[in-house]
Design a protein around this ligand. Structure first.
Ligand code: THU
Length: 159
């Protein structure tokens, strides 16, 4: 039997100043959006901010529900709004940040599996990679494409 290896590159920095100006703004906006999250059950407030190729920045945050599975992550809140409002725009980047009980998390959080699948669908629809910027207090890590976060993904080519 043969073993295949999948190689992904993740950039990391402890200095947010190393990001370009737009990316820094995305991170700031993701942090602000987290402040408006509705997370009374987990107390884990997540914010996301998308950069579209038309220059728009779209913010989202997690929206929880007493019926827990009904809740929606920050990433998909932003992504669904962007796709609903600007269906022809390409998503170029997303920044994600989180506060645990009002404290910015030390280490960056990474999107859940469902959000990775949703990001991948947008990436494939637009034929355009989405840079994923994951922000924490100690460091910020960056994937060049959502597909890097979901190897062996299911997609429409398999339908
Ligand atoms: N959550 C997000 O919004 N994005 C993520 O990437 C991970 C988790 C939310 C879902 C739930 O409201 C809370 O964080 C705790 O899991």
């Amino acid at each position: 039997m043969e073993t295949k290896h999948y190689d992904i590159s993740i950039k990391s920095t402890t200095n947010i100043g190393e990001l370009d100006a737009k990316e820094q703004e995305l991170v700031r906006r993701a942090q602000n959006a987290a402040g408006r999250a509705y997370a009374p059950y987990s107390k884990f407030k997540v914010g996301a901010c998308l950069l579209l190729d038309n220059g728009q920045m779209i913010e989202g945050n997690n929206q929880e529900n007493a019926s827990y599975p009904c809740g929606c992550c920050a990433e998909r809140t932003a992504l669904n709004y962007a796709n609903a409002t600007f269906p022809d725009a390409k998503v170029e980047a997303i920044a994600i940040s989180a506060f645990n009980r009002e404290q910015l998390v030390d280490e960056p959080i990474t999107p859940c599996g469902i959000c990775r699948q949703a990001l991948l669908e947008t990436e494939m629809k637009n034929r355009n990679s989405i840079k994923v910027i994951m922000n924490g207090k100690r460091q910020t890590i960056i994937a060049q494409s959502a597909s890097d976060l979901l190897p062996l993904a299911f997609d429409d080519s398999q339908l």
